[in-house]
Write a protein that binds this ligand. Structure first.
Ligand code: ADP
Ligand code: MG
Length: 524
């Protein structure tokens, strides 16, 4: 059995064609509408109480922290008010054992400790003058307290600008006593225990932060439509017409919000799109991954798209090939092909044999490897995965499967982006004649940031996360799928500008902390 054929067979299982994409877009739009009308739908469509995106003139010094899934970031941000900012940040990996800690205190005290270290390192004067004042009993001045935006990238039922109850954990976290609690209060309690001059002023989903940050920094006057994350997990937030958020407008108990803009940012929680698998692909590897996850049956879209899972899908696909002794993957050529005991070149302690053993960054290495005989891929297999003497054929087989998994993830990502562009009616919002003229002019124009599409026709999308940032060709695959969707086509695809919202969560959280600070001042 030729290895190349077998690899091709597995890669084909990850095919997600034009018709599949179109069907999924229709389902996504249906679920979006359902989620806007009622609670408990597959797409949560959470109202964020943020009713406007920034325009680049905002100013001030703020703090932000970001609990994303893999890392914890602490930063301070100076907004200069001219679409630019300066940012100081530190980042630590979240220890695995804290993700499944017995009590939420273990996790949140760790987070507060990181904030303390950051202040001591980067805002020494501020920190020590505060400590001195506390010791001497001097009055603590309001303006010495940092307003902090807390980016918390898990599903939260937001009940105020700095108040939100954790609905469920995702991305491998599982700390039962935190569910149903206000995560801002949990963080503030630990900050207070350390006597830090910090107030948790705003609770921010990373998608909303990305949307705000992109809107602050993006070129031109057009506000951003969508902020999307492709990191450990995947999710998106977009600008919706207020009167379509009927579950909010009809809810007497809904908190106060500004109705003057006629819009509200909605957090889709699209990681749980199509949990019932009406349109999502479902290979044996997807089935196995889900069955062995901490949350079987939920976050089904996320499990096919995001960084936490793609490496594991690849691992399961490779292990399935290795189970068949007749398939010559990572096997010593000299051993008999049908000998079950034929030795493989894989070390017994190789991460290949362990759940979550392959990191998604390995898919990026495969996709970007242009060295002769795929030297980079082979070296990584050797160095990081304990697989020695990998042949060029082996490397090619791994690459073909990895590429298929990455491509499927990008095409699924396009489903979410397309559905939001279509549902919000942005494609119809500029005159057809203008769009047509632009289309002729921009045939040869570079896409994305450098596009020559007129400012008013641009549909701006801010993205963040290691997958979209580092996986080679991710955006190209997204764009290819966008073009294949009837309602978008080539003309629509050119109007969609996708830009990385660098440091999005930090700046976005600062912008929301700023807005929250204003609300506080008004009511005092
Ligand atoms: P977070 O989601 O915690 O905010 P990131 O956006 O950095 O953090 O995403 C981390 C995820 O991205 C991890 O699942 C990791 O496996 C994956 N990842 C890290 N580096 C790369 C890379 N070069 N290519 C693709 N995925 C990557
Ligand atoms: Mg993130």
């Amino acid at each position: 059995m030729a290895l190349a054929e077998q690899a091709k067979r597995v890669a084909d299982e990850f095919e997600f064609g034009k018709e599949d994409v179109r069907k999924a877009v229709k389902e996504f739009i249906r679920e979006m509408d359902e989620g806007l009308q009622k609670d408990g739908a597959e797409l949560s469509q959470i109202p964020t109480y943020v009713t406007a995106v920034p325009n680049g003139t905002e100013k001030g010094l703020y703090m932000a922290v970001d609990l994303g899934g893999t890392n914890f970031r602490v930063c301070s941000i100076q907004l200069h008010g001219n679409t630019t900012f300066s940012l100081t940040q530190s980042k630590v990996a979240i220890p695995r054992e804290l993700m499944v800690a017995k009590t939420s205190k273990e996790l949140f005290s760790f987070l507060a400790k990181q904030i303390e270290v950051f202040l001591k390192t980067h805002h020494e004067d501020h920190y020590f003058s505060h400590i001195r004042r506390r010791k001497t009993g001097d009055q603590i001045k309001e303006e010495e307290i940092f307003n902090l935006g807390f980016t918390f990238s898990f599903p939260v039922q937001q009940i105020g600008i700095n108040k939100g109850l954790l609905m469920r954990w995702t991305k491998g976290f599982d700390i039962q006593d935190a569910v149903g609690k206000d995560v801002c209060a949990l963080l503030q309690a630990e900050i207070n225990e350390l006597h830090l001059p910090v107030r948790v002023a705003a609770l921010v989903n990373d998608t909303v932060g990305t949307l705000m940050a992109r809107s602050y920094t993006s070129p031109g006057k057009t506000g951003t439509l969508l902020g999307a994350i492709f990191g450990t997990g995947t999710n998106g937030a977009y600008v919706e017409k207020l009167d379509k958020v009927t579950k909010l407008t009809s809810n007497k108990d809904a908190g106060d919000y500004d109705k003057s803009t006629g819009e509200m940012i909605v957090n889709t929680e699209w990681g749980s799109f199509d949990n019932s698998l009406r349109t999502l692909p479902n290979t044996p590897y997807d089935v196995e991954l889900d069955a062995k996850s901490v949350n079987p049956g939920i976050q089904m879209f996320e499990k096919r798209v995001s960084g936490m899972f793609l490496g594991e899908i690849l691992r399961l696909a490779l292990v399935s090939l290795l189970k068949d002794p007749k398939i010559p993957l990572f096997r010593d050529e000299n051993s008999a092909q049908n000998d079950v005991h034929s030795t493989t070149q894989i070390h017994e302690d190789s991460p290949l044999w362990k759940q979550w053993g392959i990191d998604t960054s390995f898919l990026s290495i495969c996709a970007g490897d242009q060295s002769p005989g795929y030297r980079m891929t082979r070296q990584t297999l050797d160095k990081d995965y304990g697989i020695t003497a990998v042949s060029a054929e082996d490397a090619e087989a791994v690459r073909v499967i990895a590429a298929a998994i990455g491509r499927r993830a990008a095409r699924l990502s396009a489903v979410a982006i397309a559905a939001i562009v279509i549902e919000t009616g942005r494609l119809n919002s500029s005159s057809t004649s203008a769009a047509t003229t632009e289309k002729k002019e921009s045939v040869e124009a570079p896409r994305g940031e450098g596009s020559s599409v007129a400012d008013k026709d641009v549909i701006d999308v801010g993205v963040d996360g290691s997958l979209v940032e580092f996986y080679p060709g991710f955006e190209d695959h997204v764009r290819q799928a966008l073009m294949e969707i009837e309602e978008i086509g080539e003309a629509g695809e050119k109007r969609i500008r996708i830009g990385i919202a660098k440091d999005g969560s930090g700046v976005g959280a600062a912008l929301i902390a700023l807005v929250a600070g204003r609300v506080g001042e008004d009511s005092e």
